[in-house]
Design a protein around this ligand. Structure first.
Ligand SMILES: N[C@@H](CCC(=O)N[C@@H](CSC(=S)NCCc1ccccc1)C(=O)NCC(=O)O)C(=O)O
Length: 210
């Protein structure tokens, strides 16, 4: 591949699953950090296909849409399962992650104070499908699909990370997911990334709510 550059805000948001994939796969990348003032000027926004970030550069190949970026990296790093069926299941899982990510984004950016309690109350039910998927795969002791890690694992892991900040007990009734987070967090390259200063100082969302 070419040199990797991630252009995004100084937040986890829709960039962190990409960062975790790259770190865990031993890849280096340039963090092109865009802060609010720069973004408000509008010049960069006009260059973005959908007027939004993240943007990812692989050499002179430019891609937008966080899930398309994850899938592009998956194709190039053997992270899309071992066959068409696993690939389809990974798409299903990733779409499920996206559904909950949008609900999370709506809570954080549009009705945090009034919606937080109900969201946390409903959270175990929202996460249970992922618990069941784990249970159906090798007793839940491995990855979300098949025998190897895939792009959807990094996206699911980020989703679980941010929900554990919002609701620290959200996995209390979901032991396989709790074990999954601990197991993935312990992967040497990912562990280093999670312990890095860059990760520790990065806010989760653009409005400081979590
Ligand atoms: N489908 C795109 C979405 C990208 C996106 O939302 N980017 C945001 C930043 S990432 C993010 S998740 N922002 C939260 C927006 C949100 C609000 C309410 C509900 C859900 C999300 C952005 O560039 N905002 C600046 C602008 O639009 O001028 C993707 O997956 O990359």
């Amino acid at each position: 591949p070419g040199e990797y550059t991630l252009t995004y805000f100084p937040v986890r948001g829709r960039g962190e699953a990409i960062r975790m994939l790259l770190a865990d796969q031993g890849q280096e990348w340039i963090e092109d950090v865009v802060n609010g003032e720069i973004w408000q000027k509008g010049d960069l926004k006009q260059l973005c296909v959908f007027g939004q970030l993240p943007r990812f550069q692989d050499g002179n190949f430019i891609l937008h849409q966080s899930n398309a970026i994850l899938r592009h990296l998956a194709r190039n790093h053997g992270l899309y399962g071992q066959d068409a069926k696993e690939a389809a299941l990974l798409d299903m899982v990733n779409d499920g992650v996206e559904d909950l990510r949008l609900k999370y984004g709506h809570l954080i950016y549009q009705n945090y104070e009034s919606g937080k309690a109900a969201y946390i109350e409903a959270l175990p039910a929202e996460l249970r499908p992922f618990e069941k998927l784990l249970a159906q795969n090798d007793g839940g002791k491995g990855f979300i699909v098949g025998k190897q890690i895939a792009f959807a694992d990094y996206n699911l892991l980020d989703l679980l990370h941010v929900h554990l900040v919002l609701a620290p007990n959200c996995l209390a009734s979901l032991p396989l997911l709790a074990g999954y987070v601990q197991r993935l967090n312990a992967r040497p390259l990912l562990k280093d990334f999670l312990e890095s200063d860059a990760r520790k100082k990065r806010f989760i969302n653009g409005n400081g709510k979590q």
